[in-house]
Unconditional design. Sequence first.
Length: 354
Amino acid sequence: LCRREQPIFSTRAHVFQIDPATKRNWIPASKHALTVSYFYDATRNVYRIISVGGTKAIINSTITPNMTFTKTSQKFGQWADSRANTVYGLGFASEQHLSQFAEKFQEVKEAARLAREKSQDKTELTNPALNIPSHQVLPSPIISSNGPGEDKLFRSQSADIEITTEKERLKKMLSEGSVSEVQWEAEFFSLQDNNNKLVAALHEANANVDQWKKQLAAYQEETETLRQRVAELESQGAHDSAGENNKEDLSQTLEELELLIKTKDEEIQMLKSQKCSRWEAEGEREETLQKLQELETRNAELERRLRLAEQTLAESLAEREKMQSEVIKAAEIMDVKIFELGEIRQGLAKLVES
């Protein structure tokens, strides 16, 4: 900021600019609240709104009589700057701060109008805000609340002040001190914001550590339960191996029964083919019929045993598949829990290191 300018009002607000592409959305100019100040340029006799973020001027708007500050909500206001070809928006911490800024905007706007009308008068003040500290929320000395009599107040103040070398020196010192005060105040607020964020982050980290410890204990307990379940399933798997041997025996018995049934079927067919010739002898006929009935009865018994063996085999296979699926599911759950447990331990290790 130039030393010829002196702040007449300062406040804190979040600064936004309208999106040049959409002309609707707001783009934040900084991550934190900034100091926004009204400045008076005594040399050029103009008022400006200035906000500095680091070494960059976020707002540098010259107030003109045709500007309008609009309150769009209880804590947000905006104004358009045709020279900068943008719209500025300010978000305040309270409605009171917004009202103070809006009132000061109207005062400065009126002062800019009066300054323009009296720009030809060489006897007017070079800096009407000489005696106002930057941290006070006070109206500019050149602004009057008396309505039509403000022109008389302005001229009476101009006539009462004598421009001397001592006054100029005092004004220069005060201007330099006010600019430094604004800069130190901005830095103080920035450090205070950072400190508050660090304290909040520390509290959140401590809360997360406690939560992670509880979650870790729960995971460890659940992991132990899963390990016991896996041990049980593995012991059942050992029994399954014995059941698998029984299954092989049943399969072998089934094959033997099928082979025996096939042999008996062939024997029955052969006996049926020979039945006509043997009926010639009465004794051989009765013996053959009796043997045929015995074979059919035995064949029916063998078929019943075959169906029973097939049913037993199907039940054994279903039970084995069910137990295998349970073992696989338990193993997958334990792998997921072990992986999550590793991530929690890594997070705790990083937190301890930080």
